[in-house]
Design a protein around this ligand. Structure first.
Ligand SMILES: [Zn+2]
Length: 461
C-alpha cells in the first residue's frame, strides 16, 4: 500500500455537500483513496512521502465532459478560423483534414491534449471520438486509451459516429461515414476491451453518436439498446443550431426527438445545448440528464450564452467542457472556468443575477462527476478518489485576493499551470513536469507527427 501525506495545506476546498473549506489541514492518501482530512494527522504507519502543502490551496480534480482529442493538431490557424466562417464552411475544411488522420497522429494529438488537461488541474477527461474514417480505421479510441494510460489521466472514451450521407441532409463527407451496424459492433468491442465498470476505474467507454442531425434515427435507438444492455453512459451534441433541420425532417425539436428515441435519462449528458429553451431544460431535468457547457466555442462562434441560473433551478446537471481544439485551441479547463464566469457575469444584470464563481467550480468537479456517473470522484472527503490539484497561493500577486478562496480560480483568472496534479492517488504532474514520461522526448515525437498533419493541411485547406 502506498501512503502519501499532504501536509498543512493553507486551504482545502472540498466541494463536499456542506461546501466545507478547511484551513491548515492535512490529507492522508492511501493507494487510490483519501483516507482522512484533518489537522495534524499523525499516521500510525509509515508514509511513503510527506508533501509540504504550506502556502497551497487544494481543490478536487477537474472533470472535463466534452473534448475531441483528435482536433489538437489543427490549432491556431487563420486558414481554419472558426469565428470568421459559417459552421458549414468550417466543417468542410476541418473534416477534409480529419479524414486523413491515422492512428499515430491520433495517439500524439491525444498525448498533447491530455498534457494540457493534467497541467491545468483536470484529472478525469472525456474524449468524444467520432472520426472513424475509411483511411484511419476503427482503432482511434485505442490510441487515446494508450495515451491516457501513459500520462495517468482518468479516461472516458466516447465512441462517436456519423451515419447519414450528405445527399440525405448531413454535413459529413463520404469517407467519414459508417453504418449503424459497424458502429454498434465497434462499441461492443471497445466496451469489452476498455470499459471498467468498477469504482476508481481509469478507463471507461460511453456510447456517443456524434449528433442527431448527422445520423439515421436507428443509430440512436440502437445506441440506447446497447448502452443500457452494458450499463454504460450516452452522450451526443444537442441544440447547437440543428433544431430547424430536425423540425423540418421529423416535425419535432431535437430534445423531443431524443426523448422519443429514449436517448435521455440520468445516463445521458449532452454537449452545448445553447439552442434549448428554458422549458426544455425543465424537461431535461425531469429526466435527470446533464449538459456540458463549453464556453469557448460559444464565444468564438457567437452563439447564445446558457442561462446557468435558470438551468440550475431545474434538475439538469451542469458540467464544463473545453470542447475540441478546433473550436477552442486549448485544453485548459481553468481557462474554461474563467471564461464561463465572464460570460455569465456579462448577462447578470439583464437576467436578474447569475451563478457564483464557486458554483462554476462545483460544475467543473461535482457536476462533471455526476454527468459521467462517477460518485467516487468530484469532491474531497474520506473514501473518495484521491483526485485533486494544488495551487501555490503564497505569491506576491495573490496578496489581498484570498478572502473567498472558493471563488479564486474564476475570479482571479488563475489559468496557469497548477503546482501538482494527483490522479487516483498518484502525482502525475509536479514542478512543471509530467512525472511518468520524458516530456522532451515525447514532444519531439509529437512534433514529427504534427509535421505530417501540416502536409495534409497544406494540401486540403
Ligand atoms: Zn463537440
Amino acid at each position: 500500500m502506498t501512503r502519501l501525506l499532504l501536509k498543512n495545506a493553507d486551504y482545502i476546498i472540498t466541494c463536499d455537500d456542506n461546501d466545507n473549506v478547511f484551513e491548515n489541514c492535512d490529507i492522508l492518501v492511501e493507494d487510490k483513496q483519501i483516507k482522512l482530512i484533518a489537522k495534524n494527522i499523525i499516521s500510525d504507519t509509515q508514509v511513503d512521502e510527506t508533501i509540504n502543502c504550506s502556502g497551497k490551496a487544494i481543490f478536487p480534480g477537474l472533470v472535463n465532459t466534452h473534448h475531441h482529442f483528435f482536433q489538437t493538431f489543427v490549432r491556431n490557424r487563420l486558414s481554419i478560423d472558426y469565428p470568421s466562417m459559417t459552421v458549414i464552411e468550417w466543417l468542410d475544411k476541418i473534416y477534409r483534414v480529419f479524414c486523413r488522420m491515422d492512428e499515430e497522429m491520433l495517439y500524439y494529438s491525444s498525448l498533447v491534449a491530455i498534457s494540457d488537461l493534467l497541467k491545468h488541474g483536470c484529472t478525469t477527461a472525456f474524449d468524444h471520438q467520432y472520426c472513424h474514417t475509411r483511411p484511419n480505421g476503427k482503432h482511434m479510441i485505442d490510441q487515446s486509451v494508450k495515451a491516457a494510460e501513459m500520462l495517468g489521466v482518468r479516461y472516458v472514451g466516447g465512441r462517436g459516429t456519423n451515419t447519414l450521407p450528405r445527399e440525405e441532409g448531413s454535413t459529413i463527407p463520404p469517407a467519414m461515414l459508417e453504418t449503424t451496424e459497424e458502429f454498434i459492433l465497434d462499441c461492443e468491442r471497445l466496451i469489452a476491451a476498455y470499459h471498467d465498470p468498477e469504482p476508481f476505474a481509469m478507463s471507461q467507454i460511453v456510447v456517443a453518436p456524434c449528433q442527431p442531425v448527422n445520423c439515421y434515427p436507428e443509430t440512436f435507438t440502437e445506441s440506447v439498446k446497447l448502452a443500457r444492455k452494458h450499463h454504460v453512459s450516452m452522450h451526443t451534441h444537442l441544440g447547437e443550431g440543428e433544431n430547424p433541420n430536425i423540425v423540418e425532417r421529423y416535425g419535432m425539436r431535437t430534445l423531443d426527438w431524443c426523448i422519443e428515441k429514449e436517448f435521455i435519462g440520468e445516463d445521458v449528458w449532452f454537449a452545448h445545448c445553447w439552442e434549448l429553451k428554458a422549458e426544455e431544460f425543465e424537461t431535461m431535468g425531469q429526466y435527470g440528464s446533464g449538459v456540458s457547457h463549453c464556453p469557448a466555442p460559444a464565444v468564438l462562434g457567437g452563439f447564445p450564452i446558457l442561462d446557468m441560473k435558470q438551468i440550475l433551478s431545474t434538475n439538469t446537471t451542469i458540467s464544463l467542457g473545453v470542447d475540441g481544439s478546433a473550436t477552442n485551441d486549448s485544453s485548459n479547463l481553468l481557462d474554461t472556468l474563467r471564461l464561463a464566469y465572464l460570460m455569465q457575469a456579462s448577462l447578470s444584470k439583464q437576467r436578474g443575477g447569475t451563478v457564483t464563481p464557486y458554483d462554476l467550480v462545483k460544475m467543473a468537479t461535482r457536476g462533471g462527476a455526476k454527468s459521467l456517473g462517477r460518485p467516487e470522484i468530484g469532491y474531497l472527503a474520506t473514501d473518495m478518489a484521491a483526485d485533486l490539484f494544488a495551487l501555490d497561493v503564497n505569491r506576491l500577486e495573490f496578496v489581498g485576493a484570498l478572502h473567498d478562496i472558493k471563488n479564486l480560480i474564476p475570479r482571479l483568472a488563475y489559468t496557469g499551470e497548477v503546482d501538482f496534479t494527483m490522479v487516483n492517488g498518484e502525482i502525475v504532474f509536479r514542478n512543471g513536469e509530467l512525472t511518468r514520461v520524458d516530456e522532451e522526448e515525447l514532444k519531439q515525437q509529437a512534433e514529427k507527427s504534427q509535421q505530417r498533419i501540416n502536409l495534409i493541411i497544406d494540401q486540403e485547406v
